[in-house]
Ligand binder design. Sequence first.
Ligand code: PGA
Length: 257
Amino acid sequence: MSLNNQVEKTVKVYPNNESASIYVAQRIALLINQKKIQGEKLILGLATGSTPKLVYRELIRLHRYEGLSFRHVVTFNLDEYYPMQPVDEQSYSAFMNANLFDHVDILSENIHIPNGTLSMEQVEAHCDLYEKKIKDFGGLDLQLLGIGRTGHIGFNEPGSELHSATRLVTLNDITIEDAIMDFGSRERVPKQAITMGIKTITQAKEIILLALSQRKAEIIHQALEGMISAGVPATYLQQFKNVEYVLDQEAASRLTR
Ligand code: PGA
């Protein structure tokens, strides 16, 4: 069986961003509830950006109206800008609070987001500790991913290695350009970030890569149908069986197979 056949089996295309996002939220809710029945916590890797917003909105709705509880959910976010204060509006901490955590019953001690406030000298030990904490919880049960126009997952920009772990990285120009809207000007966009590595991500028991809108059509084509290469880090996922690609019709529009 070719790799592409393998990929084909795990691509789900939905008519629009809302139906794709509701599917992902329901998958997460199902896993939370399955773990709860087993008396275990769900270790959940989370993403930021515009892509997961509707997923989080649906999770909040499930919490409010359908009894979904996050008390036994432990989260690890993929990344954070560096340097960055959690109180800053553009921080991924603030994003997660506004879009999910403030609206559900998650315990604050169960939330993990890379710390963008540390000095350069402290960063490496922090990254090692982030990896250790994930391992101590038995690894990520599910990692939710978006994809950047560079093909990054987390902030693993082109050139990232398959065996990379959580670390400080330099952002690609296209990624900086895409962040200008949030920060107001190019100068204000941090040039670096702390991100889980490709290895950290691919060790998750399950991975869902969500891509929405026409903006992602070209990179989704490359990520799923292109050669596996460090030039498009999302192509690394082709080698793993536990990856599900959830797309809306626009993001899937350039797929040929
Ligand atoms: P976006 O970013 O969801 O804002 O498009 C995705 C990403 O960069 O991973």
